[in-house]
Design a binder for this molecule. Structure first.
Ligand SMILES: [Zn+2]
Ligand SMILES: [Zn+2]
Length: 922
């Protein structure tokens, strides 16, 4: 085996992924040592890989690969979420394409089709995640609707019920009339929008010539008004207490109430009270025992039977029956106007709640729902974070967590859809006959007064009457109910499995902040409730991946970068490295494609370094047996000791960074070491030991190169698994026919404080500065790169003797032809000079270049630069330009201006130098 001239990720990635998976490298090691476990935030089964997944899973994989190499038994559990509404919508759309609806095929057939869809298309995302190289244990793959997890959901539900932490209530909930389901508060997106304020006359019942004016944003809900209310302190309405109002159109007679909730400054200070369709009115209704009229069907059309069942009559019922709410609003406004009830209409900005799935305007809607009594669960969950049982990183999120948990409301866990865990509650048709209604989809709905039989197994008969006609609650559980159990349900709960004993609590959870409350908080509550222990020790919250300009990626903006395209173009390692290098704690990632291209160069740099090592390593296959022995030797030269010292610091910093979730520091420390220390300096310097110029034993140098490269591969593997494995295997040497043990199962480099030598690093720094100074002088003097120069070092004896000892390096790295060392005495005339430590680096250039010619050339350059600069600066001081140009354009001009100034500075410096040389010569 040998390394191809150029790295080709396409050949390498699939090969090693298959090898890892086949060889069982993703499975936790046997034994009883320390463990590290994580559960993947399960992507929706409908999902396909986006940047958020890519970042999330890259960071998790870095942790897992690192911990595995560091000797822990690592279990990383993968899986998918059944994603109730999202999945139901996908399959509904497929049905619609065939001209069918969900209700036409019926519940049983529909659920069958969802499973079918899941088998065919549902796991796409898991294959895409494999392309990312993630090392989770696929034999542990779970799905929130699989048998084991469904069992766990039932068990949890029944236990909550038994512990009186679940109840049924007729509540006003957020209802999506399109998805036809309840939504949690956090599933409603509120946004400002243009609306109207309608001023409507409400006449008194005893004297229709007198009336109150009510201002409302939703006139159509007046069909459900059951009171009006004013503030008790409102002087305007002092005399009206106890009066009755006759509602326009419906003729319903309702009381005028005093309630201090009413805002005197809104509209006219008179509030219409609609307990069936407004959250605040619902509360007022509770206080005064008002009727709640639910005027809409589930699809937000007027439900005439809501009125006739109350004994109300009139042709208005037929007029409005089955009218959509927005149509009803228009109709009603017109009728009010015609009959003289509409005083005026004003434009008004208001906040509207929309369904987070489909953007339909949400309707507050009365339905019997299941609630989790959350306070008793939230208290221990608060304590766990307060007392340090769980760390939230970065710490700033801890306060958001506290604030949310302290004000938490009971959790509505029922959803009126078909795809999900159907609630394990049954009703006896005989006993609950009076509490039974049929909904518009022909399903039984039991009112709030019904008596659910909650059970683990489908009950055979009614415990009250022994009857056999039992009907299961038609609701399913909120998707987040099953994912709240994910950290222990995936490990086999409610059984006490070996997995649970070995891997719970999990070690860390890596997730985005958007699901801190939806998911993380609920896992903490459920873990503490059912496992009596936290579900994870650390929660690491990562940022968002945005576009180059910091905009959120979205299809409508057209700025989405597809991770699969990126991986295929630049290679997965370059992509993963980019994500890690940019994942600074608490800062969003502004992803630009040229950053990824830049890190692809890094991948190639590593490849070329490995090729150099392989070509020069002689007969040494790999150094596996004598790793530490060679690196630990005391007879190493300066360059060797320096790189060993730098390696030791890099190991320490890399470990510290990864242990603290500072992924960007981890990546950048390795980048610096590999590119700027190993490739730029050490490899160059090793050429002199390989050819016996420095040190007598080239074999030692060969082995050192191999060892350091191997240490680099070990350090880098968690971020760049593919290229590191490829090089690692090739290093096994030409004799080995089959792959050597995988790199991912090797030990992560350990801390080596004994290798760190401050003095060596200082000496090497001095040498490097001397090289840099010479190179800079050469560049400033426009000396052709290939040309060897003469250098004079003038300084204290100690520094000179050091430089003399390292002279071969100086000659090689700075292209020095001849060197002179001057402790005192005359300095050469006409030399360019730089100072390093206490030593002057002098470049006598007078005889190398034509001074006059060079001066003319430089002066021309200066003129040109000044012209350019003044043009840019004129632009930048023009308010017209600043006002009209795009921010990026202005930024570009500013960058140009800074560049020109810097160029001018160096040009002038060179001119000054030439002046000095001229003076010295004269
Ligand atoms: Zn919806
Ligand atoms: Zn019964």
């Amino acid at each position: 085996m040998e390394l191809a001239k150029a790295y080709s990720h396409k050949d390498v990635e699939a090969k090693w992924y298959a090898y890892w998976e086949r060889s069982g490298a993703f499975k936790p090691a046997a034994g009883s040592g320390l463990y590290f476990s994580m559960v993947i935030p399960p992507p929706n089964v409908t999902g396909s890989l986006h940047m958020g997944h890519a970042l999330n899973n890259t960071l998790q994989d870095i942790l897992c690969r690192y911990q595995r190499m560091d000797g822990k038994r690592v279990l990383w559990v993968p899986g998918t979420d059944h994603a109730g509404i999202a999945t139901q919508n996908v399959v509904e759309r497929r049905l619609a394409a065939q001209g069918l609806s969900r209700t036409q095929v019926g519940r049983e057939e529909f659920v069958k089709r969802v499973w079918q869809w899941k088998q065919e298309a549902g796991n796409a995302i898991l294959h895409q995640l494999r392309a990312l190289g993630i090392s989770c244990d696929w034999e542990h793959e779970r799905f929130t609707m699989d048998q084991g997890l469904s069992l766990a959901v039932r068990e949890a539900f029944v236990r909550l019920w038994e512990d009186r932490l679940l109840y049924r209530a007729q509540r006003l909930i957020n209802w999506c009339p399109r998805c036809k389901t309840a939504l949690a508060d956090i599933e409603v997106i509120h946004e400002e929008s243009d609306g109207n304020l309608w001023f409507i006359r409400y006449p008194f019942a005893d004297d229709p010539s007198q009336s109150l004016i009510v201002a409302t944003t939703r006139p159509e809900t007046m069909l459900g008004d059951t009171a009006l209310a004013v503030h008790p302190d409102d002087q305007r309405y002092r005399g009206f207490a106890g009066k009755k109002i006759r509602l326009p159109i419906t003729g319903r007679v309702v009381p005028l109430l005093n309630d201090s909730y009413v805002d005197q400054n809104f509209g006219t200070g008179v509030l219409k009270v609609t307990p069936g369709h407004d959250f605040n009115d619902f509360e007022i209704g509770e206080r005064f025992g008002l009727d709640r009229i639910s005027i809409f069907n589930a699809d937000a059309r007027i439900d005439g039977s809501a009125f006739s069942s109350r004994g109300e009559t009139g042709d208005w019922i037929d007029r409005y029956n089955l009218k959509d709410r927005f149509e009803a609003r228009k109709l009603l406004a017109a009728e009010l106007k015609e009959k003289g009830f509409l005083k005026k209409v004003e434009p008004y900005r208001l906040a509207i709640g929309r369904c987070y799935r489909c953007q339909t305007v949400v309707e507050p809607y009365l339905t019997p729902q299941w609630f989790v009594n959350i306070k008793p669960l939230a208290e221990p969950a608060l304590r766990a974070v307060r007392e340090g049982g769980i760390r939230i990183i970065p710490e700033g999120w801890t306060n958001s967590y506290f604030a949310w948990m302290e004000n938490i409301k009971d959790w509505c866990v029922s959803r009126q859809i078909w795809w999900g865990h159907q609630i394990p509650a049954w009703y006896c048709v005989a006993c609950d006959a009076g509490n039974l209604i049929c909904n518009h989809e022909g399903e039984y709905i039991f009112t709030k007064d019904a008596h659910p039989i909650v059970a683990r197994q489908t009950p055979k008969s009614c415990p009250q009457c022994g009857g056999h006609e039992l009907v299961q609650d038609s609701d399913v559980l909120d998707t987040w109910f099953s994912s709240a159990l994910w950290p222990f349900s995936t490990l086999g709960w409610p059984d006490t499995t070996d997995d649970l004993k070995s891997f719970y609590p999990t070690s860390a959870l890596v997730t985005g902040f958007d699901i801190l409350f939806f998911w993380v908080a609920r896992m903490i509550m459920m873990g503490l409730k059912f496992m009596e222990d936290v579900p994870f020790r650390d929660v690491y919250i990562h940022a968002l991946v945005r576009d180059e300009q910091g905009q959120k990626m979205s299809k409508s903006k057209g700025n989405v970068i597809d991770p699969l395209d990126i991986m295929s173009q630049y290679g997965t390692d370059a992509f993963r490295f980019t994500l890690a290098a940019m994942a600074a704690m608490g800062r969003d990632i502004k992803l630009a494609e040229d950053r990824i291209a830049g890190y692809q160069n890094f991948v190639n740099k590593l490849w070329n370094a490995a090729r150099f090592v392989l070509i020069n390593r002689g007969e040494h296959a790999s150094s596996q047996e004598d790793h530490e022995r060679i690196l630990a030797r005391s007879d190493l030269n300066l360059a060797d000791r320096w790189i060993r010292s730098r390696l030791a610091s890099t190991i320490a910093e890399a470990r510290k960074a990864i242990d603290a979730y500072r992924f960007n520091d981890y990546a950048n420390v390795l980048y610096q070491f590999i590119w700027h220390e190993f490739c730029d300096w050490y490899i160059e310097m090793s050429k002199l030991s390989l050819n016996r110029t420095m040190g007598a034993d080239p074999k030692q140098s060969q082995r050192l190169l191999v060892e350091i490269l191997e240490q680099i591969l070990l350090l880098l593997h968690p971020i760049m698994p593919f290229i590191t494995e490829e090089i690692w295997q090739v290093l096994a040497g030409p004799e080995s026919k089959k792959p050597r043990g995988s790199l991912m199962l090797e030990s992560y480099p350990g801390i080596q404080p004994g290798w760190i030598e401050a003095e060596t690093e200082k000496a090497m720094e001095f040498l490097m500065n001397a090289v840099r100074a010479t190179r800079n002088l050469r560049t400033e003097m426009n000396c052709p790169p290939g040309k060897e120069v003469k250098v004079v070092f003038h300084g204290p004896a100690q520094e000179l003797s050091f430089l003399r000892a390292q002279e071969p390096y100086l000659r090689l790295l700075a292209r020095i032809g001849s060197v002179e060392y001057l402790t005192s005495g005359e300095r050469p005339k006409g030399a360019a000079m730089a100072i390093v430590g206490g030593t002057e680096v002098l470049l006598p250039l007078g005889d190398m270049i034509n001074l006059k010619e060079e001066q003319t050339r430089l002066t021309k350059e200066v003129d040109k630069m000044e012209e350019e600069l003044s043009r840019v600066q004129k632009k930048l001081s023009n308010p017209d330009f600043l006002g009209k140009a795009k921010a990026e354009v202005i930024e570009k001009e500013r960058e140009k201006s800074a560049q020109y100034m810097e160029k001018l500075r160096t040009l002038n410096l060179s001119l000054e130098r030439l002046g000095e040389i001229e003076q010295g010569r004269n």
